[in-house]
Ligand binder design. Structure first.
Ligand code: SF4
Length: 231
């Protein structure tokens, strides 16, 4: 039987998919979907806001920046079909959070265990750089999602933009401005009424190809976040 919060998450997902608030991002996501990358010319691109994905009973949320042009914006699932997805899913599999090490397309059989994956901005931004106004416009969706996860204990922010989005959202939930400095692997506790926050570098090629973030380092932080979420 589908629980009340699952139904509400489903309704929120449908609302997100239909969103056209940010005109620049609407134009960009649809333009990419029409032009396509040559290697995906036979794909029917998703080209809409990319909804979150995972276990509705999750106690851990992973928050990324935004869908990739030819990843989530093509496949319709967050962290799916691009190199960041490949790196993150392999790490989640090693940490026991995913049933398989690959995230290729929406029917690839991937299942997440106790974890829910979302993005701070749901539409692909040009140059992976959403404007402050676009970030502000999309943020309420995150607060609503966090409130619909009854077992939530930890939000792990992947990269600086996700870190700021999490901090702002938790601050709004608490009714006060929260301050914290990004440090990879750091755990932030804001009191018993709020989920804990964990910071990690984003698994983008810019970080994983340059040694800023290794597979072992990401698995270590995921392990830590998982333990906290189950404690
Ligand atoms: S980025 Fe968020 S608020 Fe803006 S159009 Fe996409 S879903 Fe809507």
């Amino acid at each position: 039987m589908v629980s009340k919060h699952e139904k509400e998450l489903g309704a929120l997902t449908r609302e997100i998919i239909a969103c056209r608030v940010c005109s620049r991002l609407v134009d960009w996501r649809e333009k990419i979907g029409e032009q396509k990358r040559a290697s995906y010319k036979d794909w029917d691109y998703w080209a809409k806001p990319v909804p979150s994905f995972g276990d509705p009973e999750a106690s851990l949320v992973l928050l990324g920046l935004a869908p990739a042009a030819h990843g989530g914006n093509r496949t319709g699932r967050v962290f799916t079909g691009d190199s960041s997805a490949t790196f993150l899913t392999a790490a989640m599999h090693k940490a026991g959070l995913a049933n398989q090490p690959n995230s290729d397309h929406i029917d690839d059989g991937l299942k997440l265990r106790g974890v829910y994956v979302a993005a701070a901005v749901r539409c692909v931004p040009p140059g992976d750089k959403p404007t402050p106004e676009e970030q502000r416009s999309c943020l309420p969706y995150l607060a609503r999602e966090l409130n619909l996860l009854p077992n939530l204990k930890v939000v792990m922010a992947l990269g600086h933009i996700a870190f700021r989005a999490t901090l702002q959202t938790l601050g709004e939930m608490a009714g006060e401005k929260l301050r914290a400095k990004f440090r990879h692997g750091e755990v932030y506790r804001f009191g018993p009424s709020l989920p804990m926050m964990v910071a990690s570098y984003h698994p983008s090629p810019r970080n994983t190809n340059t040694g800023v973030l290794s597979m072992d380092a990401l698995v270590k932080v995921l392990d830590q976040a998982k333990k906290l979420s189950l404690s």
